[in-house]
Design a protein around this ligand. Structure first.
Ligand code: AP5
Length: 214
C-alpha cells in the first residue's frame, strides 16, 4: 500500500511499483474519476465530495474496494493507492483481507512537505488517453498539452485548484495521517523520502520494498 498526502507522488510511483511486482494498481481516486467520466450513479455521488476536497463516505468506498479486490487479476496480489484513508476504512480492509485469506505486506509512506505538494498539485496534468501523470515544470511532455506516451490530450484535475488543495490537505492531516500510527503499530510502516527527482524516489521506493519483501 502507498500512503502520503495529496501530491506526494503516490500515483507516479504506483505505476513503477505495480509493474515491478506484476500486480494491478488499485487506486480509489482513479476508480472514482472513471465513474465520474462515465456518469455512473457512483460517479455522480463521488463528484460532489471530490470537487469539495472531501472524502467519499466510507461505506461507499469500502463496498467499491471489496468489489475490486474480488476481480480475478487481484488474486495474486495488488497495490493499493489512496485506500484506506480513514481508520474505519483500515479496519474494514483488515476484515476484507481476512475474508480473502490474505494480508497486507507493507505500507510505504511517501514523505513530502506541504509547500512541495502544493507546487506539485498546482502543475499536475493528466493524460485523458492513458492516464499518465505529467507536471508542467517537473516532468513536462515534449509537446505542451499532449502526452508523449499516447498522444492524448492533457487536462488539469478539477480538484487541483488552490482552495480545494487546501481542503484536501486539511482532510489528510485530520483523517488519513493517523493511519501511520495504525500501521506503525502493526509493524508494517516504512517511510520513504519522496523529495527529489521522480527516478530517485523510485530507487528509494524499490530499495524499501526489496528490504521488506526480500
Ligand atoms: P486521489 O486521486 O487518491 O488523490 P490524492 O490522494 O489527493 O492524491 P493525488 O492523486 O492528488 O496525488 P499523488 O500522491 O498520487 O501524486 P501524483 O503522483 O499524481 O483522490 C482524489 C479524491 O477521490 C479524494 O480527494 C476523495 O474525494 C476521493 N477518494 C479517493 N480515495 C478515497 C478513499 N479511500 N476514501 C474516500 N474518498 C476517496 O503527483 C502529483 C504531481 O507531482 C504530478 O504532476 C507529478 O508529475 C508530480 N511529481 C510526482 N513525483 C514528483 C517528484 N519526485 N518530483 C517532482 N514532481 C513530482
Amino acid at each position: 500500500m502507498l500512503v502520503g498526502p495529496p501530491g506526494a507522488g503516490k500515483g507516479t510511483q504506483a505505476e513503477f511499483v505495480a509493474a515491478s511486482l506484476a500486480v494491478p494498481k488499485i487506486s480509489t481516486g482513479d476508480i472514482f474519476r472513471a465513474n465520474v467520466a462515465h456518469g455512473t450513479p457512483l460517479g455522480v455521488e463521488a463528484k460532489r465530495y471530490m470537487d469539495a476536497g472531501l472524502l467519499v463516505p466510507d461505506e461507499v468506498t469500502v463496498t467499491m474496494v471489496a468489489n475490486r479486490l474480488g476481480e480475478p487479476d487481484a488474486t495474486d496480489g495488488f497495490l493499493l493507492d489512496g485506500f484506506p484513508r480513514t481508520t474505519p476504512q483500515a479496519i474494514s480492509l483488515d476484515d476484507l483481507l481476512a475474508d480473502l485469506e490474505t494480508k497486507l505486506d507493507v505500507v510505504l509512506e511517501l514523505v513530502v512537505d506541504e509547500d512541495e505538494v502544493i507546487r506539485r498539485l498546482s502543475g499536475r496534468r493528466t493524460c485523458r488517453g492513458c492516464g499518465k501523470i505529467w507536471h508542467i515544470e517537473f516532468d513536462p511532455p515534449i509537446v505542451e498539452g499532449r502526452c508523449d506516451r499516447c498522444g492524448g490530450a492533457l487536462f488539469q484535475r478539477s480538484d487541483d485548484h488552490a482552495e480545494t488543495i487546501a481542503e484536501r490537505l486539511r482532510v489528510y492531516t485530520r483523517d488519513t495521517a493517523p493511519l501511520t500510527e495504525y500501521y506503525g503499530a502493526q509493524g508494517k510502516l516504512v517511510g520513504v523520502d519522496g523529495t527529489g527527482p521522480v527516478e530517485d524516489v523510485t530507487v528509494r521506493t524499490s530499495d524499501a520494498l526489496r528490504s521488506y519483501l526480500g
